[in-house]
Design a protein around this ligand. Sequence first.
Ligand SMILES: C[S@@+](CC[C@H](N)C(=O)[O-])C[C@H]1O[C@@H](n2cnc3c(N)ncnc32)[C@H](O)[C@@H]1O
Length: 272
Amino acid sequence: MSTRWDPEQYARFADHRARPFVDLLSRVGAGSAGLVVDLGCGNGPLTLSLARRWPDARVVGVDSSPQMLDAARSLDRERRVEWVEADLATWDSAGLGAAADVVVTNATLQWLPQHLPLVGRWVGALAPGGWFAMQVPDNFGAPSHRLMRETAADHPARERLREPLRRAGVADIARYMEVLDGAGCDVDAWVTEYQHVLDPLGEQENPVLEWVRGTGLRPVLETLTDPAERDAFLTDYGSRLHTAYPRSAIGVVLPFRRLFAVGRRRATRRPG
Ligand SMILES: C[S@@+](CC[C@H](N)C(=O)[O-])C[C@H]1O[C@@H](n2cnc3c(N)ncnc32)[C@H](O)[C@@H]1O
């Protein structure tokens, strides 16, 4: 099922959502680059930061959401980036016409079933010495997602919610490391659990609910088109989130685990 994205809702926690991207890119050592590609580029600000970091590079942002790409194009006043609408499951990097020096994919692969072979293919198409950098959330078991599934199981539309709640999921960090190594990369990988302090000023009724509305809850909201059904879900889920993520003196803390892997394509094959 393809999800309709809301760039405005996604941008509400832009600073928190940018942090893993910045951490990821801090481990990409490319001094100069001819072609930089952002797979699942979203609403654009992070892709534009790639264009600022490599001012001489051709920069391409690929995403399947027309809404996200419209938002990205309107941010890109200098037309610095080539924005491409495509489903990454079938997108062919040969269409770029050149081998990429840097490929970044941030917070996207979890939406793509069977993405490990795709990663292998994208890395295989890098220029020698090129960089691949990926980050995925590893929060399937976190209260925010567990409670979403539990609320759905108790909701009258539980049967219809089964499919939208089926997520592609992510692999163990070791699997990503193996794939990058197998595709000829030196690998640098790590796991971080961020402690996002949401809404420190106490302006939002339920900041964790607002957070997931911009991402993981979207397939559920699209399925519950009847306003009464949708409200019932949000009321029940919102109250479960309140209990799981209570407000503290500093705001509402959302722990969020993420997996990072960066590979640099070896110029020559490793012996043995
Ligand atoms: C959570 S957003 C991340 C956006 C951006 N990379 C960032 O870090 O802010 C996930 C993005 O992946 C895109 N996406 C999801 N599935 C996709 C697919 N199969 N092909 C291309 N893009 C996809 C969505 O449209 C969305 O823009």
